[in-house]
Design a protein around this ligand. Structure first.
Ligand code: SF4
Length: 180
């Protein structure tokens, strides 16, 4: 009897340290492709640095990577008026919502079964906010959002260890100009 094919998932990748543990874990049950979409990262040199680390990891761990557009002009226009919000406030909600929405759109366009994000591996991110946004976008775009918590069961610590072992760059700020 043939094995049932695994469902396909597009995972939004925020950075190499957050995908290093999350994607291999998902692979046990899904056919996974990574989507690097981060117009929030400032300055551009930092964006390129993080993208290159993700590319390196995709080759080491052997998974497919799609690169999204880097449109900082649009990102700044979306968060206008919320520049001074604290981390995890309204600015972050808009920023994360934008990344999830674009991932869902790409997943739908390419015929994936569902989408998710590596952001739930980060100790600084509120899972409830990410999950709420994911389900709102699921309804809006009509594609399933996979709820995750990649930091549970020491997921964050495991990703730190793996990053050190593979000599992966671990950034010191979230990504945008205001978190720097
Ligand atoms: S702190 Fe992080 S999540 Fe918040 S707006 Fe900046 S890049 Fe986005």
């Amino acid at each position: 009897m043939k094995n049932k094919p695994k469902p396909t998932i597009l995972i939004h990748i925020c950075c190499a340290p957050d995908v290093i543990f999350s994607l291999p874990l998902l692979r046990r049950e899904y056919k996974v492709v990574g989507y690097f979409f981060n117009p929030n990262i400032f300055p551009k040199e930092e964006y390129i640095k993080r993208l290159n680390e993700v590319k390196k990891l995709s080759q080491l761990q052997k998974w497919q990577l799609i690169k999204g557009k880097y449109n900082q002009k649009k990102w700044f226009s979306l968060i206008r008026g919320y520049e001074n919000e604290p981390e995890e406030g309204k600015r972050c909600e808009i920023c994360i919502g934008h990344s999830l929405l674009e991932t869902a759109r790409k997943a739908k366009e390419l015929g994936f079964d569902c989408f998710t994000t590596t952001l739930t591996n980060s100790p600084k991110k509120r899972i409830e906010m990410i999950t709420k946004l994911g389900f709102q976008i699921e309804k809006k775009i009509n594609i399933k959002y996979l709820e995750t918590n990649f930091k549970k069961n020491n997921g964050y610590l495991k990703s730190v260890r793996m990053s050190k072992k593979l000599n992966i760059y671990r950034q010191s700020y979230c990504g945008c100009k205001y978190s720097k």
